[in-house]
Unconditional design. Structure first.
Length: 127
């Protein structure tokens, strides 16, 4: 049985305008009813209220709001989208972007980045 068949008729919650929204719409939009929310908190409230069958979230958000809740479980494996986390600056903020990159490099070089990742996350965001 295909994923499309398994999910047919289900109501899937996503945060509006995210890569998860695009992924669910592109891959399952013809089989599921996609409900879009402005915030992840609103999405989780509707899951809790029984108005959604499943949610598709960014892992850190899902880990903190859904996966740690005994009433829910993660299904399937992680789906990697893109090359990791991103930070955007306005074009006119080139100096700020350079300072940010220098600070991030220092954190990675001295091991602080890895220490923080291991303390707070069970996975690695490659940046």
């Amino acid at each position: 049985m295909s994923s499309q068949e398994v999910l047919k008729g289900k109501v899937v919650g996503v945060q509006r305008g995210t890569v998860q929204d695009t992924y669910v719409t592109d891959n399952f939009g013809s089989a599921v009813d996609v409900k879009r929310y402005a915030t992840a908190d609103e999405l989780v409230l509707d899951l809790t209220g029984g108005r959604l069958d499943l949610v598709f979230l960014d892992y850190p958000v899902g880990e903190q709001t859904v996966i740690t809740n005994a009433d829910y479980s993660q299904v399937g494996g992680l789906i990697k989208m893109g090359d990791g986390a991103g930070v955007a600056f306005r074009k006119r903020d080139e100096d700020l972007a350079q300072m940010f990159n220098a600070a991030l490099k220092k954190l990675k070089d001295d091991g602080t980045y890895d220490t923080i990742m291991k303390k707070y996350f069970k996975y690695d965001i490659k940046i």
